[in-house]
Write a protein that binds this ligand. Structure first.
Ligand code: SR1
Ligand code: MG
Length: 402
């Protein structure tokens, strides 16, 4: 039996060689550790002769972005591989194929998606993804509906809640998204130029009330099995294909947290476009595309979720009470808008930022984008409980960045 240790490239290559039927015997394998995320090792293994390749992702027992002082359970690797496999059955074609999971090494071997681009980088480059709204709305409607009390056996769901208990990764979210940005914390990474705006966040007690309400939902509302970290860095895309990766933050939580993650990261890109597209007309056009995408994702998600509910709903009372469906979807929209706001703010003043904004080399433009994003985030949080339509999120975004 192999005991857990962090692999090097040579060991990863040997393990790849041992995967039955994948690489031809004696293949000239090349391996590179390419992990640029916050938590894991990622090995890319290729065979130049056959053209075959795969990815091996290994969890480390600590948060790579901080170091060994921040221990993290390796069980997240099991959670990630089980969630990926589940997503593959519920949203076929929209996640990488899992070839193998090794529990001793906390290692998942999966499909190589190098022909795709991380969507965050694609959007920074101004790439449009015409099928994204269709794909991601299907992914979210299917994975959220079929793991909720509306779409699966309610006793089985309780066992699944237990199986996907993910305390260490939830704690990261609870701290980094729902606490640190609103206090003085060693975890924060506040750009000095906007310290005044960060101080305003710390002193805004009305805002704290709304964040506490959203935090409570994240802590207690086991509504469906979430991806848990559905930002544009967790999505590989081409104009024709979308693949959702990295569900290590999966747990049973409020559905709006996943939908809000997608919207927050499209809005962060919107804010950063002040720099990335210098031509005014082209930038206006791309920003319109981003907002249209948000509207399209919400409308398609709402429609697909209701279709699943009407066809496959298992809860008698919920099915027999049409007004409940409208109540449920409106509450989900309001949660989505609130979580969108929280996820924007954490990427500006919290620990982990986003390239869409942080990589802007011009100080003034970067500061303008950061301040605009904070205005959007706070307005969304402030207004989420009264929101009636997705148009309100769009209006708030446009107004803040004029
Ligand atoms: C310590 S991990 C920082 C962030 O990276 C992940 O992508 C999650 O968003 C997490 O909050
Ligand atoms: Mg990740």
């Amino acid at each position: 039996m192999t005991t857990y240790h962090a692999l090097n490239e040579q060991e990863a290559t040997e393990i790849a060689r041992g995967i039955e039927g994948f690489f031809p015997a004696g293949a000239p394998l090349a391996c590179r550790e390419i992990g640029d995320g916050n938590l894991n090792l990622v090995f890319h293994i290729t065979d130049s002769a056959s053209g075959k390749s795969l990815i091996m992702k290994q969890a480390l027992p600590y948060a790579k972005v901080v170091g060994e002082s921040w221990p993290l359970s390796l069980d997240r690797a099991r959670i990630e591989s089980e969630k990926l496999i589940l997503e593959g059955t519920m949203a076929p074609g929209l996640v990488p194929v899992v070839y193998k999971y090794d529990p001793e090494l906390s290692l998942t071997v999966m499909e190589d998606l190098s022909d795709h681009v991380i969507m965050r980088q694609g959007l920074i480059n101004g790439t449009r993804y015409p099928l994204f709204a269709d794909h991601i709305s299907t992914f979210m409607a299917n994975t959220l509906f079929y793991t909720s009390d509306l779409g699966m056996n309610q006793q089985d769901k309780k066992l699944q809640v237990k199986n996907f208990i993910n305390p260490d990764l939830c704690k990261i979210t609870e701290d980094l998204i729902f606490d640190d940005p609103y206090t003085v914390s060693a975890n924060n990474n506040v750009p000095p130029a906007i310290e005044d705006a960060a101080e305003a966040l710390r002193n805004d007690t009305q805002l704290h009330l709304e964040v506490a309400i959203l935090r409570d939902k994240f802590l207690t509302n086991a509504q469906a099995l979430l991806h848990g970290d559905l930002h544009t860095g967790s999505i590989f895309a081409t104009p024709a294909s979308t693949k959702v990766i990295d569900p290590e933050f999966a747990y049973f939580g409020p559905m709006g947290f996943d939908v809000g993650a997608v919207f927050a990261n499209l809005i962060l890109n919107y804010a950063g476009q002040q720099y990335w597209i210098s031509d005014d007309a082209a930038r206006k056009d791309f920003r319109r595309y981003l907002l249209d995408t948000i509207e399209d994702v919400w409308n398609q998600f709402d429609r697909k979720f209701r279709v699943l509910w009407n066809e496959y709903g298992i809860d008698r009372l919920a099915n027999a009470t049409p007004a409940y469906q409208d109540f449920y979807m409106k509450r989900l929209l309001q949660d989505t808008i609130g979580f969108t706001g929280c996820k924007i703010i954490r990427r500006i003043v919290g620990l982990a930022h986003v390239a869409d904004i942080d990589k802007i080399p011009n100080d003034d433009i970067r500061e303008h984008a950061q301040r605009g994003a904070l205005t959007i985030g706070t307005e969304l949080i402030r207004r989420h409980r009264n929101a009636q339509s997705i148009q309100e999120l769009i209006d708030i975004t446009e107004t803040a960045m004029q």
